[in-house]
Design a protein around this ligand. Structure first.
Ligand code: DAH
Length: 394
């Protein structure tokens, strides 16, 4: 007699007259339930709808209120049970009900999740010790059975891209790295000494004014340029020295198309014996041709910076119109791209280097300006607004 046939008979008719025989009957029912659940989880299905349908059918077979198998146990075993057997039948029936909760569709999905996890570490949830090796079916089949397919592709998160400022910074770094320079960095919160005094910038210099510089306290500023790292590097490494120093700088500027209170500079410095202005010109001309294109010409004009002597400004022939004159170069054919000069002997001395033995050159450039020229961007603020319509173009 199958267990289903037994369910529609009274206990008495089944010869279950004591606790032990009642328990044995319930064991049979619970075994049937578990085995049907296992079969569902390990049988592949034709498609999603099929899977779902089969999971629901199993649930209804056992749990349907009107004629599910549990309702029959209630109807034929529990309700008519004799006074003596009622407690044990009630107890067993409760256990069976608990077990049957595992047939709710949501519970089945959870079992599949556990099933897949165990599979990752190579275990079968029904056989955690691996005693019946090969008995269990794979997690994919189990998952398929109830409409969850772990082999489907997941949700893709969109990948970001390199910010144009970082992109240009790396490009410039790359050029100097090929020339044997290395990359150095320093603090963005800087002492007044490194930002100004050690660079020979006198107390009276307008750049030291409260209106141009962010002061944290009277001796501490947000660095206004990358030049203080020249001093840190000289103190740290001495001479000879060939470095470039990319980094963020800060000035009290109101944002407009060409100003922003935070921006990026790249500083360069070369110190060795017998370094001359000719080395400076040759190196920067090479750099300009690499960055802006082979046709680029450079032009050096006298200028003034307290930390270089002599000082200069470098202009390049406009890469947009090739020096013919256009909107970008304001019809002049030339664009200023950096400040430079021979390192002032006082600055070498502050860095602990003997200016009688060594000489050097330095330059400083603004990365934003290079990025704006390279990509034809006319408003510096676009770099920092985080607008994806802008950023996704890079
Ligand atoms: N520090 C200067 C500035 O922020 C740029 C500069 C000019 C750096 C000349 C240098 C240099 O190293 O030699 O305007």
């Amino acid at each position: 007699m199958s267990f289903e046939e037994k369910l529609v008979k009274a206990l008495e008719a089944l010869g279950a007259k004591d606790e032990a025989s009642v328990r044995a009957l319930f064991v049979e029912v619970r075994d049937a339930l578990e085995s049907e659940k296992r079969t569902l989880l390990s049988t592949p299905a034709a498609n999603d709808a099929d899977r779902m349908e089969r999971a629901k059918a199993l649930r209804d077979r056992w749990l349907s209120r009107r004629n599910g198998l549990l309702a029959q146990v209630d109807e034929h075993w529990l309700k008519p049970a004799s006074r003596e057997l009622k407690p044990v039948v009630g107890l067993e029936f409760n256990q069976l009900r608990q077990l049957a909760k595992g047939l709710e569709v949501e519970e089945l999905i959870k079992s599949v999740a556990v099933d897949s996890r165990s599979a990752v570490v190579g275990r079968d949830p029904n056989d955690p010790e691996g005693l019946g090796a090969g008995k269990g079916k794979g997690p994919t089949q189990a998952a398929e059975a109830i409409g969850f397919d772990p082999t489907l592709p997941g949700n893709r998160r969109p990948l970001g891209s390199i910010h144009p400022i970082t992109r240009v910074q790396r490009e410039i770094e790359e050029i100097f790295l090929t020339l044997g320079f290395w990359i150095e960095s320093g603090p963005e919160i800087e002492s007044v000494y490194y930002n100004f005094d050690a660079l020979n910038i006198p107390e009276s210099h307008p750049a030291r004014d409260d209106w141009d510089t962010f002061y944290i306290d009277s001796q501490t500023v947000l660095r206004t340029h990358t030049s203080p790292v020249q001093i840190h590097a000289m103190e740290k490494y001495g001479a000879p020295l060939h470095i470039i120093i990319p980094g963020k700088c800060y000035r009290r500027d109101n944002p407009d198309a060409t100003h922003y209170p935070m921006f990026h500079q790249i500083e360069g410095m070369a110190i060795d014996q017998d370094v001359t202005f000719a080395d400076l010109k040759g190196t920067l001309d090479f750099f300009a041709k690499r960055f802006f294109g082979d046709q680029t010409r450079t032009s050096f004009h006298p200028s003034f910076f307290p930390f270089t002597e002599p000082s200069g400004e470098v202009a390049v022939s406009c890469p947009i119109c090739d020096g013919q004159g256009c909107r970008t170069c304001k019809q002049s054919g030339w664009i200023e791209v950096m400040g430079c000069g021979m390192v002032h002997p006082e600055v070498l001395r502050r860095g602990g280097i003997d200016p009688d033995r060594y000489s050097g050159w330095a330059f400083g450039l603004g990365v934003e300006r290079y990025a704006m020229m390279k990509y034809g961007i006319h408003d510096i603020q676009l770099f920092y607004q985080g607008d994806l319509r802008f950023l996704e173009q890079f």
